[in-house]
Design a protein. Structure first.
Length: 599
């Protein structure tokens, strides 16, 4: 009984399918076909327990765009030349159907091909902000496409096609506002109010099975339209032709989620179905009820009953009622606008992706807008990967923990800089890695090794702020190159510069580097050689298995030795401190690293 209730509820939610067929520029009955056949096929092939497949506003609109473009091209040929008006109208519907089912067939072929090639990975480039912004923008097109049915206006597709089609549409409506039929507008407005009120009641009282407002409106609207002759007395457009039964069936042999979608649309194309996909609203209901694909099968049987027995009774149904159902069904999608506020707090980049996707779809139509949105998303992903964050780590006092923080509870280890890079090291960010490392520590190209024999002593006033904190027994003396100019002496570094000059070890924490490519390996070799020339040790630690394998195969370990690779940061730090103590004991003042001023 539970599955029957859920199946009935799904078909109640499928009532907009009659209008979604009109989004595809097809007669309303094809919305019933698309709600029937794909559900049965997905029941057999699908893997999701909660997905309810059938008509969906956005995909129906995209099919309609393709069909309309092809019809415009066909209008320049002599396809309908010499035919009578009735024959031309019938031929027009047949031609639209051919284009729609052809789209469905080839999209199904493409989906199965992608499934066989394991191309489901491409969905990882469709981020949630992109999808949310895109569907919200597409909802604006769906909303606007029903405007002619809500206002009772005849709007030619030629006047609202191309770039900025929405702006053209609303300009046309405002310029021809006298053509609005008030009875149609009144009927549509009343239906919208009724639907919103029933949804408010269902949400407020948390009804497990919502009030079937759409079904009630269809039955009531059809009855009143038939009884009071809406079409003849009030000039309210109705569906008119809704044939009973199914179209002629063609034989097809068909052989998990992407496979299912492909088979669904290939099979559906032989049953006069346009492109079918998962519906957000019906899937949400099915998910909330915890149902399975058995509900899809039952809902298909309900649609079959409607097509065979009840189809002819839908003929007096006003188009305005279907338009109202579509408008209210878009309410949940339009609520996604509130996502921008949260995204702005969490990630301004994600908020930008949402806004750019929405604007692109609204301004450039659903197909071009989708391409622009994906392009922006991929571009930003590459930029973010090539410019990741980094930090210098400090030791948490009396522990072996090293994190990017500062304060009294953290120690800055003298002479040791621990650099953490938070991304894979690959061709797109090797330059950023090198610049970030040099900026955070020292730049070997601006350093010289100075021996004791080539220096003299420069006396300095003890009160000079440059030397009062210098970590030496005699703060009056500083070792510098003998041939240094007076200008260089006047530019002696402050305390921070002196700390940088005393660096003897650079440690790279690779804990967040998931892989290294050939260019990443080369930059590590270059950096290690540069630091070696100025007497600075270069250590690597916390490497993952594949990173170690790359270092070994690429010759890094062979050149620098295993002694430069450590398991943990603490191991590397302890080795650096011990090694410096040994160097100082052997040659206390022989070598000094001096950082020259950068131009």
């Amino acid at each position: 009984m539970f599955y029957w209730l859920n199946g009935l509820n799904d078909r109640d939610m499928a009532m907009p399918g009659l209008a979604y067929a009109m989004l595809s520029t097809l007669p309303a009955v094809y919305g019933l076909y698309t709600s029937f056949t794909p559900s049965i096929v997905y029941f057999i092939m699908g893997s999701s327990r909660h997905l309810c497949i059938g008509t969906f506003a956005v995909t129906s609109l995209m099919v309609g765009k393709v069909v309309q473009k092809q019809m415009v091209l066909a209008s320049y040929s002599n396809v309908t030349a010499g035919l009578s008006n009735s024959t031309s109208a019938e031929n027009d519907i047949n031609l639209r159907l051919q284009y729609a089912v052809t789209v469905s067939f080839f999209v199904g072929i493409l989906q199965i091909t992608l499934a066989m090639l394991r191309f489901d990975i491409i969905t990882s480039y469709l981020s949630d902000p992109l999808i949310s912004g895109y569907t919200t923008g597409a909802a604006c097109h769906v909303f606007s496409s029903q405007l002619k049915h809500m206002l009772g206006m005849e709007i030619s597709a030629d006047q609202t096609q191309g770039l900025f089609s929405l702006f053209k549409l609303y300009y046309y409506v405002s310029a021809h506002i006298k053509l609005i039929k008030l009875p149609v507008l009144l009927l549509g407005t009343i239906c919208v109010i009724i639907l919103l009120l029933t949804k408010f009641v269902s949400d407020k009282f948390k009804l497990k099975i919502p009030i079937p407002a759409e079904l009630i409106l269809v039955i009531l609207g059809t009855s009143l339209s038939y009884a009071f002759k809406f079409e003849t007395k009030f000039q309210i457009p109705i569906l008119k032709n809704v044939p009973k039964g199914l179209q002629k069936i063609a034989d097809l042999r068909y052989c998990q989620e992407l496979y299912a979608y492909g088979v669904v649309n290939i099979v559906g194309s032989f049953f006069s179905c346009f492109y079918a996909s998962g519906s957000l609203s019906r899937s949400a209901i099915q998910y909330s009820l915890g149902s399975t694909q058995l509900a899809n099968l039952i809902s298909s049987l309900v649609v079959l009953l409607a097509m065979v027995v009840l189809a002819s009774y839908f003929q007096p149904l006003p188009n305005a009622i279907l338009a109202a159902i579509v408008w209210v069904a878009l309410k949940g999608i339009f609520k996604q606008v509130y996502d921008v506020k949260l995204l702005w707090k969490v990630s301004k980049v994600d908020a930008f992706i949402w806004i750019s996707s929405f604007v692109a779809v609204v301004c450039f139509d659903v197909d071009i807008g989708l391409a622009i949105a994906i392009g922006i998303n991929i571009t930003l992903s590459v930029i973010r990967a090539s410019r990741p964050s980094y930090a210098l780590l400090q030791n948490f006092k009396e522990t072996e923990i090293y994190i990017a923080s500062s304060g009294k509870t953290f120690d800055n280890i003298p002479g040791v800089k621990i650099f953490q890079y938070r991304a894979p090291l690959f061709y797109a960010n090797v330059e950023h890695f090198q610049n970030s490392l040099y900026k955070s520590t020292i730049h070997p190209n601006f350093c010289t090794v100075v021996s004791h024999d080539s220096t003299n002593w420069i006396e300095s006033n003890c009160d000079n702020e440059y030397f009062k904190d210098y970590p030496d027994e005699n703060p009056k003396k500083l070792l510098i190159p003998e041939n240094s100019s007076d200008e260089f002496v006047s530019l002696l570094p402050t305390k921070e510069k002196l700390l940088k000059r005393s660096v003897h070890t650079i440690i790279i924490d690779c804990s967040q580097i998931s892989y290294i490519d050939s260019m990443g390996l080369n930059i590590l070799l270059t950096i290690s050689r540069d630091f070696k020339q100025v007497g600075v040790d270069f250590f690597i630690c916390n490497c993952q298995g594949n990173v170690l394998e790359t270092l070994e195969n690429g010759g890094y370990i062979n050149e620098n030795g295993l002694a430069s690779i450590f398991v943990t940061v603490h191991d590397a730090v302890q080795t650096a401190i011990a090694k410096e103590h040994v160097n100082l004991a052997c040659k206390p003042t022989d070598i000094l690293l001096v950082e020259e001023p950068r131009v």
